[in-house]
Design a protein around this ligand. Structure first.
Ligand code: NDP
Ligand code: OXD
Length: 312
């Protein structure tokens, strides 16, 4: 049984090998950069942004495993073997990391930490008249999947009035549910902090745009931890400049790393983080992948498979 890895570059391979030796001792592990005697022997590929056409050259593939929760980076390959299922890598650790990250971002927005960072840079002492509390900040989470549901649940439990928006109605305790395009305006109108945890699909592309921002209460904030493709970057900047948005915490971008010339880097209302909201350790990912391969070999059902009918 052979697994080929393209995730983290050649320098990450010794660490991957060490973890797979622990969790799947019989598995042969090689890197994408290593020559293969017989590519058809590769049954499994663990990938992040595979080079277009490469997966198609592995004729014996049984399963493609995304090294992250999203699969858009695999679907971007027009020659990918469409008959091979794709597993999304979603673990408890991913959900925990994401929930904590968004909670921290929502608190930083509520308590205006970005303003104090800006003030500190110019030695300005400006005490707010009225303290802002969690209970005053209604959070709206777009996407209530494995990560969105865990995030919305933590936010609600912590004290943020929380709602979620998804394709189908969700029944999360303590979280108001809105579903479908029809209920989007109502969801946006009650949202002071908009969190995007949608998958990157053709339907969700550009959803964080001027039209969406206009439906939020004036001065709302944005946390984008979904995909860069969700944002129309120019519209985010215009909304911040006009005051329609007051702050944004942005973790994902169309081009990553975010180019030095992007105005987002220097915008006073923006906090940039480097696509780090939820990045489980290689050890945890190897443990999960080893279990996926075991299940696949045993003919057992696999969790979190990409659904071509839904597009995510
Ligand atoms: P899931 O596939 O489990 O959930 C997707 C959610 O989005 C579902 O609730 C789904 O609705 C909803 N949805 C999809 N399309 C639409 C639509 N057109 N309109 C309304 N709702 C829609 O995804 P995960 O929770 O596992 O992950 C979400 C995304 O988070 C990933 O795809 C990735 O882009 C991003 N991510 C970012 C990371 C980071 O570090 N910044 C780390 C990991 C993931 P329904 O419930 O009805 O199916
Ligand atoms: C992602 C991830 O899909 O990092 O963005 O898991």
């Amino acid at each position: 049984m052979r697994l080929v890895i393209k995730s983290g570059g050649p320098q990450a391979l010794p660490e991957w090998r060490e973890h797979f030796a622990e969790f799947a001792p019989g598995l042969q592990v090689c890197g994408q950069h290593e020559p293969l005697d017989d590519p058809s022997e590769v049954g499994y590929a663990l990938v992040w942004e595979p080079d277009p056409g490469w997966l198609a050259s592995l004729s014996g593939l049984k399963l493609i495993i995304s090294s992250g929760a999203g699969v858009d980076h695999i679907l971007a390959d027009p020659r990918r073997p469409e008959h091979v299922p794709i597993a999304r890598l979603v673990m408890q650790e991913t959900a925990d990391e994401m929930s904590e990250f968004v909670l921290a971002a929502a608190l930083a927005i509520t308590k205006e930490f970005k303003r104090y960072t800006n003030d500190q840079a110019i030695c300005r002492w400006d005490t707010p008249e009225v303290p802002r509390m969690m209970r005053d900040m209604r959070v709206g989470v777009m996407g209530l999947g494995a990560l969105g549901a865990a995030t919305a649940t933590l936010l609600a439990r912590t004290g943020f009035p929380t709602a979620g928006w998804s394709r189908s109605v969700a029944g999360l305790p303590g979280v108001e549910s809105y579903a479908g395009a029809q209920q989007l305006p109502e969801f946006l109108a009650r949202t002071d902090i908009l969190v995007c945890l949608l998958p990157g699909t053709e339907v969700t592309r550009g959803i964080l745009c001027a039209e969406t921002f206009a439906q939020l209460p004036r001065g709302a904030a944005l946390i984008n931890v979904g995909r860069g493709s969700h944002m129309v970057e120019g519209d985010v900047i215009d909304a911040l400049d006009s005051g329609q948005l007051s702050q944004a915490v942005l973790d994902v971008f169309d081009t990553e790393p975010l180019p030095a010339g992007s105005p987002l880097w220097r915008h006073p209302g923006v906090l940039i983080t480097p696509h780090c909201a939820a990045t489980p350790t290689r050890r945890e990912r190897a443990r999960y992948v080893a279990e996926l391969i075991r299940r696949c070999e045993a003919g057992e059902p696999l969790p979190n498979l990409y659904d071509p009918a839904k597009g995510y």
